[in-house]
Design a protein around this ligand. Structure first.
Ligand code: ZN
Length: 190
């Protein structure tokens, strides 16, 4: 990937395929990062975990890093409630990814240049598979929401946007206990 010549280390990067447009900026940033590093040809390569003073990885420091990043990316304080629910962490993380549209739906995969043969919803086959449709607007999933509203004896709108859908249960329409119950159901249903 590079050679050491009389002027110092020189990178010689080649790519296995042409880069997609969305990857050009990443590659440029990567090359910029490399340029800031000084290669020392006479020292042996070694791995260093930057998130611990010792330089060694531990599952605790990995766990702390993931949670710090997850929490840091929640700009809207309303979503802090999501982490307070007494539900399995994997369910909260799934709901958070749904709200932030980070699930690997077919449309999200396509936007990342993944080749997908069929972009349609697997339930109805009529609309593109994206979170708004799949979880909140498909003719196959909508009845679940109607039933859940009926069980909770509530009258409410069903926003298609996941964020609005979740946040409506934090508004003051029902009691605090009901809020928590609602949000648990919301996560369970999704
Ligand atoms: Zn559908």
């Amino acid at each position: 990937m590079g050679t050491n010549n009389s002027t110092g280390w020189e990178w010689n990067l080649t790519w296995r395929r042409d880069l997609f447009e969305s990857e050009l900026l990443l590659a440029d940033t990567f090359i910029g990062d490399l340029a800031q590093q000084q290669v020392q040809p006479h020292r042996e390569d070694k791995w260093i975990w930057k998130h611990d003073h010792s330089g060694h990885y531990s599952s605790k420091s990995g766990y702390d890093l993931i949670w710090r990043e997850l929490r840091g990316s929640i700009q809207n304080s309303d979503f802090v409630d999501l982490w307070k629910l007494k539900i399995p962490a994997k369910s909260a993380i799934f709901a958070w990814r749904l709200i932030k549209d980070r699930l690997p739906t077919k449309m999200n995969l396509i936007s990342r240049q993944v080749v997908v043969n069929d972009r349609l919803c697997p339930f109805c086959g009529l609309k593109d598979e994206e979170v708004e449709h799949l979880f909140f607007n498909c003719t196959c999933t909508l009845p679940l929401w109607w039933d859940s509203i009926s069980w909770a004896n509530l009258t409410t709108a069903l926003p298609i946007n996941p964020r609005d859908h979740f946040l409506q249960h934090t508004l003051g329409a029902v009691g605090v206990r009901n809020h928590t119950r609602w949000k648990c159901w919301w996560v369970a249903l999704t």
